[in-house]
Ligand binder design. Structure first.
Ligand SMILES: [Zn+2]
Length: 85
């Protein structure tokens, strides 16, 4: 547990919990997947959000992707809602 008390940015409730999620940015040859991004999820108001510091770090990783990212074979599927409509 973190020693830092955290409150929801939206409703100020302390019932906000830290999760770690995977997000992808860009697409095709520029697709970048970042794992373990801290996401705050509030059980009081239902909001989930990244802090400004987290978004800043995400931007830094995207900028430095050539030096910090490793290439892994990954399965990528596109959800095509139109195909079966
Ligand atoms: Zn909240």
């Amino acid at each position: 547990m973190s020693a830092n008390q955290h409150i929801c940015e939206h409703c100020g409730s302390p019932s906000v919990q830290l999760k770690h999620v995977t997000r992808s940015f860009g697409k095709g040859a520029n697709l970048l997947v970042i794992e373990g991004i801290p996401l705050w999820s509030c059980s009081n108001c239902g909001e989930s959000y990244f802090t400004a510091a987290t978004m800043h770090e995400v931007e830094r990783i995207k900028t430095l992707r050539r030096s910090v990212a490793v290439s892994r074979p990954v399965s990528v599927a596109a959800f095509e809602a139109q195909a079966h409509a």
